[in-house]
Design a protein around this ligand. Structure first.
Ligand code: PMP
Length: 392
């Protein structure tokens, strides 16, 4: 009997909040917890371009026979062209399809472990899954506190100083854009400084790009990742299509590896394929096939870009609305305007977060992280009123 040796693991706190929100009978409840895009009506719709691509897939797919551990190669190529372009010589890049951005990060962690990387430096706070994911694969996370929740700023000097502890061959994790959970990214000069530092110290960058198109625009959102990739000999780019194509449960992502030369790249890919086989054999097909169809069809690609841009603008205008109230009590909402993407973290104590839930049916993560897309115009006004009530 072995199971009795297992220790019970804590529930995912965000899933608990989702359950509490669902059970709350108050009609005007607000869900700022779960990290999915929502429209003004609170829905997370299937994008029109995705629906059209699904119709094409239904018509044209002639087999559901196995692909390989690399997944849909047409998808990987189209995505690589779009995201990396000619930033790096093509023969230095290899890629494969993965189950979501999480799958790409899991392969990253295992490849790093296999390459003898013992440690990954992560600016904190970070996405709650980063540290456990790397630790489970045998790469120890080393946290660098550098996102200040009170001022909602990224402390570049603090991040660079934190890297003083890194040894050559350590990895560094970077959020490509729309930082989760703070919403603040380095500016162009900051990206250059980080890239130069990584190159000078012989570190391996891992860029996690999960929200491209939801920050400053599709092209601009890749500039940080591109700056890193073109500055270093070796890098990994974990990509998720789950937010910018609205494909969440289809688990659509890819991992790209940049190597010093084509020969090394071939060896890297052979390792990634072996790791993929041992993890999931091959990734789920549907989401990647949809993305391939969209990117390969000019009209569909345009339609997808326009829908994505509408989503981006909705987030930006909600940020402006939230920020317009300035500071309420101790909470500086003005800073939210400077952020990008779906998330911001407000300087609220767990007690205040609980009070907002109990008194006003406003649900957010215990850390004070809010999903900007969980608001609509009425909810912003309710939120401002609730903060005034809390300050009173
Ligand atoms: N990286 C970050 C920063 C994320 O926020 C997320 C999703 N919440 C992911 C990666 C993983 O994305 P996916 O759902 O495609 O696995």
């Amino acid at each position: 009997m072995r199971f009795a040796t297992l220790a019970r693991q804590p529930d995912d706190p965000l899933l608990r909040i989702i359950g509490q929100h669902a059970a709350d009978p108050r009609a005007d409840k607000i869900d700022l917890g779960v990290g999915v895009f929502r429209d003004e009506e609170g829905r997370t719709p299937v994008m029109t371009a995705v629906k059209k691509a699904e119709a094409i897939l239904l018509e044209t797919q002639s087999s559901k026979s196995y692909l390989g551990p690399e997944g849909d190669i047409g998808f990987v190529r189209a995505l690589g062209d779009l995201v990396i372009g000619d930033t790096v010589a093509r023969d230095r890049i290899v890629g494969l399809q993965t189950p979501g951005g999480t799958g790409a990060l899991r392969l990253t962690a295992e490849l790093l472990a296999r390459s003898g990387v013992a440690r990954i430096w992560i600016g904190s706070p970070s996405w709650a899954n980063h540290a456990p994911l790397f630790r489970q694969a045998g790469v120890e996370p080393a946290l660098i506190p550098c996102y200040d929740v009170n001022s909602q700023r990224f402390d570049l000097d603090g991040f660079l100083a934190g890297m003083d502890g890194a040894a050559a061959g350590d990895a560094v994790l970077l959020h490509g854009c729309c930082h989760n959970p703070i919403g603040i990214d380095p500016d162009a000069a900051g990206w250059s400084a980080i890239a130069d530092r990584i190159a000078a110290d012989g570190l391996i960058p891992v860029v996690d790009l999960a929200y491209q198109g939801l920050g400053d625009g599709f092209a601009i959102d890749a500039l940080g990742a591109r700056t890193i990739l073109k500055t270093v000999p070796e890098a990994l780019l974990a990509y998720s299509c789950d937010k910018n194509f609205g494909l969440y449960r289809e688990r659509t992502g890819a991992l790209f590896a940049v190597s010093p030369d084509a020969e090394t790249g071939t060896i890297v890919l052979s390792n990634l394929l072996a790791l993929a086989r041992a993890n999931w054999s091959m990734p789920p097909d549907h989401g990647a096939a949809i993305v391939r169809i969209i990117l390969g069809d000019e009209a569909l690609a345009r339609e997808w870009r326009e829908e994505l841009e509408t989503m981006r603008q909705r987030l930006a205008s909600l940020r402006a609305m939230l920020a317009a109230a300035g500071t309420i009590g101790t909470v500086d909402l003005a800073a939210v305007a400077g952020g990008k993407g779906m998330f911001a973290t407000l300087p609220l104590t767990p007690t205040q977060v609980q009070w907002l839930r109990d008194a006003h049916a406003i649900y957010m993560a215990g850390s004070g992280r809010i999903n900007i897309a969980g608001f609509n115009t009425a909810a912003v006004a309710r939120f401002h009123a609730a903060l005034h009530d809390m300050a009173a």
